[in-house]
Design a protein around this ligand. Structure first.
Ligand code: HEC
Ligand code: HEC
Ligand code: HEC
Ligand code: HEC
Ligand code: HEC
Length: 412
C-alpha cells in the first residue's frame, strides 16, 4: 500500500526523483553550486505548487486560498509598493520583500527575475507563501533578525502530526517548531535592516497569553476536528484561513466600555479599550496600517451632530525626517500609539451636547482604516486593482461597535 501510494505521489511530479538524478549526473559542480541549496532541482520541483497538494488536501487548500497568505505577491498594494521600493532603493530586485512574501527566492536567488515578472503579470502562477514555503521549513535561525528560515528541499514534508508513519501518501516528520510561535515570527517580526526600529509585534513574549502557553497558531490556526486529507478519518486539524484583519478572530480583539456623562452644554464620553491581542494592534507593516476610533453623536431626528476620529498607528520618518507611509523608506519612528500587547487604554472625548433633543445616540466604532498615503500611490493602487475602488484595501474593516441611547431631557 505504502509503495503504491508513494508511487502515485512521485509520478504526480510532486518531488521528482528523476529531476534530481539528472541534475547530479549531467551538471558540472560549478553549476550545481550556482543553483545553490535547491539541490539543483528546478524550483517548481523543489517547492511543489499548492495545486499539487490540493489533490489530497482539498479542505486545507480552500482555506488557504481564501487567506491573505495566498495573495502575498498578488495584491495591488503589494505590487505598487514593491515597485516603489525597487525604484527608491539600491535593492533593485526587491530581494528584501521576497524574504517573506515569496521565500523560495532565498533558495533560488537566480529566480528573482522570474518572480518580478510574475508579480508584474498581476496573475502569478508561482506561489508566494504556499504550502511548500511553510511545510518545507526545517528550522529557523533565530539569531538573525528577522529570523531566517532554513528549507530542506527533499521529499519530506514537515508538520505537527504526531504519528507521521500513519501517513502512507508521503513522508512527513513532526517538528516542535510547527507548534511554536517562533515559526510564525520568522515572517512577522520585522523588516531586515530595521534592527534599529522597534519590532512589529511588540513585546509579545511578555504577554499573559504567551506566558499561559498560547502560541500564534492557537488563535490564527484554530484547532478543529475534521479530515486532514480527503477521505481520511477525522482528527484534530488546524484551520488554514489565517484569520486576522479578516475572519472570526476579530470578535475577540478588544473589549470596549463606554461611559457617557452629560454636563450641561458639554458632554464627555469615556471609552475604555482593553486589547485582548497579545501583540501590537495594529501591526505596523505595511506602514499605512492604522486602526481608527470613531465617535459619532446623533441628535434630534438622528442627525449627526458630532464626529471625531483618532488613529492608532506607527508613523515612520524618512531620511529627511518627513513622515512616510512606506516603512521601507523609514529610518526612524516619529510617533507611535499602537495598542501594545494586552494594553488597556482610555480615550476621553468632549463634545457639545445636542440641543433640543430628548436623547442622543452615542456610537463608538473601531475599524482597520482603508489604505492611505500620497495621492499618486493611492490612485495607482486603484488603477492596478482588479476591482478598482472596490478592492478590499479601500474598505474599512470593523473590529467592534458600541451604541447606546442617552436620555437628555431634564438633564439641562
Ligand atoms: C519580515 C517579513 C516581511 C518583509 C521583509 C516584507 N513583508 Fe510585507 N508583509 C509581511 C507580513 C507578515 C504581512 C502581513 C502583515 C499584517 O497583516 O499584519 C505583510 C503585508 C504587506 C502588505 C499588505 C498586504 C497586501 O498584500 O496588500 C504590503 C503592501 C506589503 N507587505 C508590502 C511589502 C513590501 C513592498 C516589502 C519590501 C519592501 C515587504 N512587504 C517586505 C511580511 C514582510
Ligand atoms: C504560513 C504557513 C503555512 C502555510 C502557508 C500552510 N501551512 Fe499547513 N500548517 C502550518 C502549521 C504551523 C501547521 C501546524 C498547526 C498546528 O499544529 O497548530 C500546519 C498543519 C498542516 C496540516 C496538519 C493539520 C491539518 O489541518 O490537517 C496539514 C495537512 C497541512 N498543514 C497542509 C497544508 C497545505 C496542503 C497547505 C497549502 C494549501 C498548507 N498546509 C499551508 C503552516 C502552514
Ligand atoms: C497523494 C495524496 C497527497 C498529496 C498529493 C499530498 N498529501 Fe499531505 N498528506 C496526505 C495524507 C493521506 C496525509 C495523512 C492524513 C491523516 O492521516 O489524517 C497527509 C498529511 C500531511 C501533513 C501532516 C503531516 C504532519 O507531520 O503534520 C502535512 C503537513 C502535509 N500532508 C502536507 C502536504 C503538502 C505541503 C503537500 C503538497 C506539497 C501534500 N501534503 C501533498 C496525502 C497527500
Ligand atoms: C514564509 C513567511 C510567513 C510565515 C512563516 C508566516 N506568515 Fe503569516 N503572512 C505572511 C505574509 C507575506 C502575509 C501577508 C500576505 C498579504 O496580505 O500580502 C501574511 C499574513 C498573515 C495573516 C493575515 C494578516 C491580515 O492582515 O489579516 C495572518 C493572520 C498570519 N499571516 C498569521 C501567521 C501565523 C499564525 C503564522 C504561523 C503559523 C504565519 N503567519 C507564518 C508571511 C508568513
Ligand atoms: C489570543 C489570541 C492571539 C494570539 C495568541 C495571537 N494573535 Fe494575532 N491577532 C489576534 C486578534 C484578535 C487579531 C485581530 C485584531 C483585530 O482584528 O482587531 C490579530 C491580528 C493579527 C494579524 C493581522 C492584523 C494586523 O493588525 O495586521 C497578524 C498578522 C497576527 N495577528 C499575527 C500574530 C502572530 C505572528 C502571533 C504570534 C506571535 C499572534 N498573532 C498571536 C489574536 C491573537
Amino acid at each position: 500500500m505504502q509503495k503504491i501510494l508513494n508511487a502515485i505521489f512521485w509520478t504526480a511530479g510532486l518531488f521528482s526523483v528523476t529531476a534530481l538524478l539528472v541534475v547530479f549526473v549531467e551538471l558540472p559542480a560549478s553549476e550545481i553550486y550556482a543553483a545553490k541549496k535547491g539541490v539543483g532541482k528546478p524550483l517548481e520541483k523543489a517547492f511543489p505548487h499548492s495545486q499539487k497538494c490540493k489533490r489530497c488536501h482539498l479542505r486545507v487548500f480552500e482555506e488557504w486560498e481564501a487567506s491573505a497568505q495566498s495573495r502575498s505577491i498578488l495584491s495591488a498594494p503589494f505590487r505598487v509598493s514593491f515597485e516603489r521600493y525597487r525604484n527608491m532603493s539600491k535593492d533593485k530586485e526587491g530581494a528584501m520583500c521576497f524574504r517573506c512574501h515569496a521565500p523560495s527566492v532565498l533558495e533560488y536567488p537566480d529566480h528573482v527575475g522570474v518572480y518580478i515578472k510574475e508579480i508584474e503579470s498581476g496573475d502569478p502562477k508561482l506561489d508566494g507563501v504556499g504550502c511548500s514555503q511553510c511545510h518545507l521549513i526545517k528550522e529557523v535561525d533565530a539569531t538573525q533578525h528577522p529570523p531566517l528560515p532554513n528549507f530542506q528541499l527533499e521529499r519530506t514534508v514537515f508538520g505537527s502530526y504526531k504519528k507521521p508513519e500513519e501517513n502512507l501518501a508521503h513522508q512527513s516528520v513532526p517538528l516542535p517548531l510547527y507548534s511554536q510561535s517562533q515559526f510564525c515570527v520568522t515572517c512577522h517580526e520585522n523588516l531586515p535592516g530595521h534592527e534599529k526600529l522597534p519590532d512589529l509585534l511588540g513585546p509579545w513574549q511578555q504577554s499573559k497569553t504567551q506566558k499561559d502557553g498560547k502560541n500564534c497558531q492557537s488563535c490564527h490556526m484554530p484547532e478543529e476536528f475534521g479530515e486532514s486529507a480527503n477521505g481520511e478519518r477525522n482528527r484534530k486539524i488546524a484551520n488554514h484561513s489565517f484569520p486576522g484583519r479578516f475572519g472570526k478572530v476579530r470578535a475577540d480583539a478588544v473589549k470596549l466600555e463606554v461611559e457617557t456623562e452629560v454636563k450641561g452644554q458639554k458632554s464627555d464620553v469615556k471609552v475604555t479599550i482593553q486589547s485582548l491581542v497579545p501583540h501590537n494592534l495594529p501591526l505596523p507593516h505595511p506602514g499605512w496600517s492604522r486602526v481608527e476610533i470613531d465617535l459619532t453623536i446623533l441628535g434630534k431626528n438622528l442627525r449627526k451632530t458630532y464626529t471625531e476620529q483618532r488613529y492608532y498607528e506607527r508613523v515612520f520618518g524618512d531620511k529627511n525626517g518627513k513622515p512616510t507611509v512606506f516603512d521601507f523608506e523609514a529610518v526612524k519612528v516619529l510617533k507611535e500609539n499602537v495598542l501594545k500587547p494586552e494594553e488597556k487604554r482610555i480615550e476621553t472625548f468632549t463634545f457639545p451636547t445636542p440641543k433640543d433633543a430628548p436623547s442622543m445616540d452615542v456610537i463608538v466604532t473601531m475599524t482597520y482604516a482603508p489604505i492611505h498615503g500620497p495621492d499618486d500611490f493611492v490612485k495607482e493602487v486603484e488603477k492596478r486593482a482588479a476591482l478598482g475602488k472596490k478592492d478590499r484595501s479601500f474598505k474599512p474593516v470593523q473590529i467592534v461597535r458600541f451604541k447606546e441611547n442617552v436620555l437628555l431631557s431634564g438633564k439641562k
